[in-house]
Design a protein. Sequence first.
Length: 192
Amino acid sequence: MRRTVEIIAATTVAATLALGGCTESSIPTQPVHEPAFFEHEPAPGFSVIRRDAPLARDLSVTRTLGQEGGELELAGAGIRLLIPAGALSRPTDITLRARAGSAMAFELAPGGLELVAAATLEVSSRGTDIEALVASAAPGSILEGVLGVVFEDDHEGAVEPVGVLRAVRSDHHQTIVVEIMSLLAGYATASG
């Protein structure tokens, strides 16, 4: 089963975050099989969070990470993945992909890879319309109106909610932080 995550906020958002350390590359935009999650609209009352400046093309970074863990970042996409030491049992090629367009959509591969310890997914609020909400929250606090929702894809197109993750304000950046236990694909969404 594929797990997906939505970041849910009280308003819409656009995101940019200048992050370094990994090389970004564009991915060809030929049609490929999309996870079922991307074929569905968000739940009633929610809309996909959008960037002010749409990404012109998909961005991705791939690194081989082992038991020591590591991080993957995409400058300009506002997404960073931190995998702690001990989360992977063997060296694994991990890919972080930000999808082209204004939707805050991402994919982590290999899809469905279970982690031994929780990884951290950070979504930037800088330059977004939830920037004020995130900036006003105390570092480490749970954000009112912002949740992460986990879904499972049964590979037949059904997407079912199976749990809720906490979203908190990072101590270091104006970011929404969600802990994940498996690699996934998802949209960030907003209510209203």
